[in-house]
Design a protein around this ligand. Structure first.
Ligand code: HEC
Ligand code: HEC
Length: 225
């Protein structure tokens, strides 16, 4: 009896040891990839130092994974990211997306106070666009998909992932809206963002993103539908 118990125990601890060894190995290899392939632009914790490289810390895992797959498959175009993702497996991409989704935002993308963010843009125009007061021009409320405070959301029924906009670099987001408008970014099936951005001129785009830059969203992304 005692002997069997001992054998069983040894068996279990063997399994536990093997599990933790492979988890450690996985963590180790994800960190290696982060440091060698991503950190030069996005930093080791996803809070990139330059507004042309998006902040990827704390984005939803499903959104990060979708983007990485889209880059790998050529559906979203960026030469550098495409080359890097092509050299990685789907397993690597899944592990990377989990890693970055768990990182916290740094103070680099600290929300602007309403008074500081005015620059030359019209914040009240930005607010009107964001909250749906420009619906008569066909522009739907950004809030209806991206959340009231830009926290992002999910439409489980249809499988749409609405990315967090709060705490993202304004320059990067403006560039994305321009890319959508020119159909140079077209991974937003069924053309949600391409259609919306066509209705906005540069002033609208700058104003709405300046308004978003005032959000301090620590809210969890919502299940919208
Ligand atoms: C040479 C710089 C560079 C490197 C290295 C790099 N990226 Fe990027 N990444 C970018 C740029 C620039 C964009 C935005 C491309 C665009 O304008 O559409 C981007 C976009 C992304 C996005 C989409 C963000 C969003 O909000 O839609 C994710 C996710 C991402 N990168 C993850 C990674 C991961 C993971 C690695 C490492 C495996 C990596 N990147 C390596 C520059 C880089
Ligand atoms: C019907 C839902 C919907 C509405 C309304 C909407 N969006 Fe989006 N938006 C999306 C989806 C979905 C994506 C991500 C597409 C993808 O998978 O790459 C996105 C992506 C974006 C991105 C790129 C984010 C990134 O990290 O790269 C920006 C910026 C953006 N939207 C801004 C806006 C603004 C500003 C408005 C209002 C004028 C708006 N969106 C309205 C669904 C929506």
């Amino acid at each position: 009896m005692m002997k069997w118990f001992l054998i069983l125990c040894l068996g279990w601890s063997c399994v536990a040891l093997a599990d933790s060894a492979s988890t450690n190995r996985n963590n180790h290899s994800v960190k290696n990839i982060v440091m060698s392939q991503c950190a030069s632009c996005h930093s080791a914790d996803g809070n990139s130092q330059n507004s042309l490289w998006p902040n990827i810390a704390g984005l939803k895992q499903s959104y990060i994974l979708k983007q990485l797959k889209d880059f790998k498959g050529g559906l979203r175009v960026n030469k550098d990211v495409e080359r890097i993702t092509k050299s990685l497996t789907f397993k690597n991409l899944t592990a990377l997306s989990y890693f970055f989704s768990q990182q916290k935002f740094s103070s680099l993308t600290k929300p602007k106070k309403l008074s500081e963010s005015s620059e030359l843009v019209n914040l009240s125009l930005g607010e009107e666009i964001y909250t749906g007061k420009r619906i008569e021009y066909g522009i739907p409320a950004c809030a209806s998909c991206h959340g009231e405070r830009g926290q992002g959301g999910l439409d489980r029924k249809r499988g749409y992932i609405y990315p967090r906009l709060a705490r993202q670099y304004k320059q990067y987001s403006i560039k994305q809206l321009q890319l959508f408008r020119e159909s140079k970014r077209s991974n937003d099936s069924p053309a949600m963002m391409r259609n919306i951005s066509l209705l906005m001129d540069d002033e609208d785009i700058e104003s709405v993103m300046a308004y978003v830059a005032t959000f301090n969203s620590n809210l969890k992304s919502e299940i919208l539908k």
